[in-house]
Design a protein around this ligand. Structure first.
Ligand code: PLP
Length: 418
């Protein structure tokens, strides 16, 4: 069985429900409309990155500063827009070195992109301050958040443009958003038309995802003791596989300017206006707290974020297995859809200059924490992590570091796989 075809016992993505469709449509966004009236909905967040650059009048050859830990779905649209990539350093705890960032800005960057990694808010005020001081636009990458959790704050803490990948946190097949500050001229689009066949396909996929989730729940309930078998076969389980949870039709994962005007699908728009975002945030937070309590104290495990800030809405549960690069592969063999960013690092990123980013690509394991996880699934994750950690022979000291930047952070020495 190939890695891609291993069925997961735990759902990789949140599933929609019939209730989501039947709920009355809400007025999205707590942002003051007069400041944020230019909002555009695409199939993918990467299209929003591309159009943000256009809206902010960046020209071919302009350098856009992005973090050294970044995925290619951000860098591809920047390069497609004709801009150059410049990187600023992020540390092993995903924090920004502001002195280095300022030096990078001084060397001629024309825009700054800041990511709220995995739903944990970046110090956006400091970034806003730097961008304002050097008179360059700030692009706030909120792809890992369902909404801007900073909405209640003063408008000047936002970026000039904010981008979202709504399909990541919410149970949507597709969806990306660009929110452009009203001080910029509105964009006009020649939107691709959605065909009736595409609409039918996405309705079919919506129904398929609901029934897939039901089958998984039923199969889990039929197992009396939620202990994970060591093999990958668990008869009766028909969980969301890697392919099963993917959208049917989408802009290809390689960004194509020719498809940059593909809108969010009709079905996803309907769902997006009805889905309970507050529920999504509170479930994700509760699941994070549960996993944190169970895994945060395990010897040999270090959490990227040991505490859950008030404004966070976790996209994943990020953690390190000490001295065990690519531990996600062992978890996947146990049916847990763990991932790293190893497969999405941009090809041109000079990793030798950024050892901390290299470390993150190989060692930061991302576990599901989404709103559709059942208690059974949460228990299964805890058990698999404990199992994998125990199986691996750790040579660590009795006292385990609980933060990457803590006194024992050297235990997390970079291990770069070629
Ligand atoms: C930080 C970040 N920004 C933007 C994107 C692009 O979102 P999408 O996959 O919807 O194009 C991603 C996708 O992984 C991302 O991780």
């Amino acid at each position: 069985m190939t890695m891609a075809s291993i069925p997961f016992r735990v759902a990789k993505d949140p599933a929609p429900t019939w209730k989501d469709l039947l709920r009355p449509a809400r007025n999205r966004s707590g942002r003051p409309e007069e400041e944020w009236k230019n909002r555009y909905f695409f199939a993918r967040g990467r299209q929003a990155v591309y159009w943000a650059l256009k809206a902010l009048s960046l020209r071919p050859g302009d350098a856009v500063l992005v973090p050294s830990f970044i995925c290619d779905s951000v860098t591809a649209p920047i390069l497609s827009a004709g801009c150059r990539l410049a990187y600023y350093r992020v540390a092993k705890d995903c924090s920004i070195d502001f002195q280095e960032l300022e030096r990078r800005i001084q060397s001629g960057a024309r825009a700054l992109l800041v990511v709220h990694f995995f739903g944990f808010t970046a110090p956006i005020r400091e970034c806003r301050g730097l961008a304002t001081r050097y008179n360059i636009p700030l692009i706030e990458d909120c792809a890992h958040l369902p909404v801007s959790v900073l909405e209640s704050d003063a408008v000047d803490t936002f970026g000039d443009a904010s981008i979202f990948s709504l399909r990541k946190s919410l149970p949507l097949d597709d969806g990306g958003e660009l929110a452009l500050h009203a001080s910029y001229a509105p964009l006009t689009f020649d939107w691709e038309r959605e065909t009736p066949l595409q609409t039918l396909k996405s309705i079919w996929h919506f129904v398929e995802r609901i029934s897939q989730a039901k089958r998984l729940t039923r199969a889990q309930k039929s197992i009396a003791v939620p202990r994970l078998p060591r093999s990958n076969s668990l008869s009766g389980l028909n969980p969301s596989s890697e392919t099963g949870s993917k959208p049917l039709e989408s802009v290809e994962d390689v960004f194509m300017p020719a498809r940059a005007e593909k809108p969010m699908s009709f079905v996803s728009r309907i769902l997006f206006s009805r889905v309970d975002i507050e529920y999504c945030i509170s479930r994700r937070r509760a699941n994070y707290e549960f996993l944190s309590a169970k895994l945060g104290t395990l010897k040999g495990i270090t959490l990227l974020y040991p505490t859950l800030p008030k404004q966070a809405c976790p996209l994943f549960f990020p953690l390190f297995f000490e001295s065990f690069p690519n531990a996600h592969l062992a978890l996947r063999e146990k049916g847990i859809p763990a991932v790293t960013w190893g497969g999405v690092r941009p090809s041109g990123l000079p990793l030798s200059e950024y050892p901390d980013a290299a470390f993150l690509y190989d060692n930061l394991v991302l576990l599901p924490v989404h709103q559709s996880l059942s208690q059974w699934e949460l228990d299964a994750i805890v058990e698999a992590v404990t199992d994998v950690r125990t199986q691996h022979e750790f040579e660590i000291s009795a006292v385990s570091p609980k933060t990457v930047s803590g006194a024992n952070a050297s235990l997390l020495a970079p291990t770069v796989n070629s």
